[in-house]
Unconditional design. Structure first.
Lengths: 307, 444
């Protein structure tokens, strides 16, 4: 079931078109990756979902009905450009932000206690934000985003500014939130984390959506018949043998097994390759190479530029 | 609406709890008191040092006539001692040496020698004493020559001091004693206070908006509330800070005034008057005139419509503040840094500065064309109208001015809201005026 969807959203700033008929559909309980190069229109779309700006045209639906003003209580947003009041105390500030999200002071206190204990940051409560390091501030900000237990969470570059340990902590928290039923829209340039976290992605470039689908399917879709073989046997003989039929992308001698990476060019199948190999060498492993999200991203955006 | 309340609360609390606010609020009346009351207090303190002044009277007309006062004694010395003393003044017990030349009646000059700086009061005392003696002598010489019987008494009776009573005639012909001076002072105080308050708290709104933009917290907040709610919450919260400060000042001023009354012995009207009369060394006639003037001031004070003035002060303060703070807020949203502020605040502050210039004119001519028009124009009316009110303003002018002010601040708040909601999300480049205009047309 879908929790949120946008249909044909258009947004112009003066003569500049920021979004051009973009549609996305975010399934309940999933992590949805919103990708795209800088300036593609991601932030504009995220602001529209948060009702910070209104689209010029297009429909927005939340839980199957048009998005309402009160739905902001059900959304938690961690913007890329984030910050807190520097001179305000951490606890006071978290309470303030929670109350603006419609929580009562009492509920906010209860939730804050839970999160401060969980992150082991109770001593920070009475500190001013400016006394905390950037990473510490990010933690506080993360808590403020999820505190009101929103059904839809929007994270824009959540890992920037975190060290690897804290980034991992955060990643696990995001996964736990999904387990508890939250739906997450996740925008990042870090493709490794997209592969790891996202069930579904949409890629926006130059104000248009140019790619949309489940992460694994998209990677399958962009594979280009590349196989990697590890074998034991004569390196030079094999190179000679294969170079007529296949394009050899890489071939290296190493211990205990040599590594070969080939691409099929004229309709041959993996079985043909295995048959050919069996005559000469001993196969240790045989894998099809599925492109990383990074490769997909670069390919799609580069093609879009040329086309 | 509930969320605006939460925002107002935060804006108010964070500012009122600031150390700088508390210190300034408490210190201001103390400083003010120090500046105004202390000199008065010191002036009333008597100089209690006993001084003996040696007098060498070459003319011989002052002997026995120069009266010693409580703390200043005059001691006449002969010529021989004078020469000796002049060289050894330091070793002697005399504080100073007064040398009167034989021809003082013609030259009007005497010399006062001392090792120390002669206090102003002492110099004055000698000056007055000598002058009055010489004057008396010259006068009686003239009177003798004129040979008119009882001329002295007649001249005394002829001394005149005409006092102008200003009376304001009301619409129905009723008369009010009025005082241009009191109206001027009140007009000046209230007009200037509105100017200062609008300036301080208007720029406070601007800095608050800039802080949120620079901290990048604004995007988090407007994902919970509408930008307009955030802007209004801030404007109202800061207005309450201003009113709090004003209220504290009023209370403190009243308190300090009462305490100060205890410190200064001569604060009752009669005594204060005596003090003035003494210091002026004036005759009986003036003294009487002054005491009636004092009574007049009190009666005129009671004729001034303070509830109207205070009521109008709050109205024009809030109206003017809303007008300007919304514009300052819009400026704060459009810029990234303090340095860019100059270019955009200037057009906002120019009308305010015009208002203060017109105020100077309106004080001397509250019914003039300039005062009339600028007290209707909403950008200057809070200051200029406040100056005119103590002089009395026709009801229709007051109501028209108020209506125009309300209409205009509704307009500026609307315009500011439009610029604000776009400006707070624009980072990096400094916008042009043309771009600000375009922001007005963006959909929210």
């Amino acid at each position: 079931m879908e929790l949120f969807s946008a249909h044909d959203v258009v947004k112009n700033f003066d003569k500049f078109r920021a979004l051009s008929e973009v549609s996305i559909s975010v399934a309940e309980g999933s992590i949805f990756g919103l990708l795209g190069p800088n300036g593609a229109g991601k932030t504009t779309l995220i602001r529209i979902i948060n009702q910070i700006t209104a689209p010029d045209s297009g429909k927005l639906e939340f839980k199957g009905r048009p998005l309402k003003a009160e739905d902001v209580y059900q959304i938690g947003y961690l913007p890329e450009e984030r910050g807190l009041y520097k001179k305000m105390k951490v606890g006071e500030q978290a309470l303030y932000l929670a109350q603006l999200k419609g929580m009562s002071r009492r509920d906010a206190m209860k939730q804050l206690k839970y999160w401060f204990e969980k992150f082991d940051i109770i001593p920070w409560w009475d500190k001013k934000v400016m006394e905390l390091s950037k990473g510490m501030q990010q933690k506080v900000q993360f808590i403020c985003t999820v505190l009101h237990q929103p059904e839809l969470l929007i994270f824009d570059e959540p890992f920037s500014g975190f060290d690897p340990i804290n980034a991992d902590l955060l990643k696990n928290e995001i996964l736990k939130l999904r387990e508890k039923g939250a739906t997450i829209i996740f925008s990042t340039h870090n493709m490794a984390s997209v592969e790891e976290l996202c069930d579904h992605i949409a890629l926006i470039d130059k104000s248009k959506k140019i790619l949309d689908g489940p992460t694994q399917e998209i990677r399958q879709q962009y594979k280009s018949n590349i196989f990697e073989v590890e074998y034991r046997g004569d390196y030079h003989k094999l190179t000679q043998k294969l170079s007529d039929t296949y394009q050899i992308l890489a071939h290296e001698q190493s211990d205990p097994a040599n590594k070969l990476s080939v691409q099929f060019i004229n309709g041959s199948t993996p079985n043909d390759l295995i048959r050919g190999l069996l005559e000469h060498v001993e196969i240790v492993s045989f894998n099809e190479i599925i492109p990383s999200m990074n490769d997909v991203f670069i390919k799609v955006v580069t093609d879009n530029k040329q086309g | 609406m509930k969320k605006v309340g939460i925002i107002i609360k935060r804006e108010y609390n964070t500012r009122v709890k600031k150390k700088s606010f508390i210190i300034l609020t408490l210190l201001m009346p103390v400083l003010f008191a120090a500046v105004t009351i202390l000199p008065t207090y010191l002036a009333t303190m008597n100089d209690t040092e006993e001084r003996t002044v040696a007098v060498y009277d070459g003319s011989g007309i002052f002997l026995g006539r120069l009266e010693s006062s409580e703390y200043t004694k005059f001691h006449f010395i002969p010529k021989e001692d004078y020469d000796k003393l002049r060289d050894n003044l330091k070793e002697s017990n005399y504080y100073a040496l007064l040398a009167i030349p034989p021809n003082v009646i013609n030259t009007n000059n005497v010399q006062l020698f001392s090792e120390k700086n002669i206090p102003f009061d002492l110099k004055n005392q000698i000056d007055r004493n000598l002058s009055s003696i010489v004057e008396k002598d010259k006068r009686s010489e003239l009177l003798k020559q004129a040979a008119v019987p009882d001329l002295e008494q007649k001249l005394e009776a002829a001394r005149t001091n005409i006092h102008v009573n200003t009376i304001r005639v009301g619409d129905k012909g009723e008369e009010h004693k009025s005082s241009t001076e009191i109206a001027m002072v009140l007009g000046y105080i209230f007009g200037f206070m509105i100017y200062i308050f609008i300036f301080i708290y208007g720029t406070m709104v601007m800095r608050g908006v800039m802080e949120e933009k620079q901290n990048r917290i604004v995007e988090v907040i407007i994902s919970s509330v509408k930008p307009f709610e955030l802007m209004m919450g801030k404007i109202v919260g800061i207005a309450l800070v201003g009113l709090t400060q004003f209220a504290i000042w009023v209370v403190l001023f009243i308190g300090i005034f009462n305490v100060a009354k205890g410190f200064i012995p001569d604060m009752s009207p009669e005594q204060a008057q005596n003090l003035m009369a003494q210091s002026q060394m004036s005759g009986q006639m003036e003294n009487v005139a002054q005491s009636s003037q004092m009574q007049e001031i009190f009666s005129m004070m009671s004729n001034i419509n303070f509830p109207l003035i205070i009521g109008c002060f709050f109205f024009f303060f809030i109206g003017g503040y809303l007008l300007y703070s919304s514009l300052f807020g819009a400026v704060g949203s459009a810029i990234d840094s303090e340095e860019d502020a100059q270019q955009f605040t200037l057009p906002v502050t120019i009308p305010l500065i015009v208002a203060i210039i017109v105020m100077m004119n309106a004080i001397t001519n509250p019914e003039g064309q300039i005062a009339f028009w600028f007290s209707l124009i909403p950008f200057t009316s809070p200051v200029v109208m406040m100056v005119r009110i103590p002089f009395g303003v026709p009801v229709w002018e007051l109501l028209l001015s108020m209506a125009l002010l309300v209409g205009t601040f509704v307009g500026t708040v609307w315009v500011a809201g439009k610029i604000y909601r776009t400006g707070i999300l624009m980072y990096g480049k400094k916008p042009t005026w043309k771009e600000l205009g375009k922001w007005l047309t963006y959909r929210s």
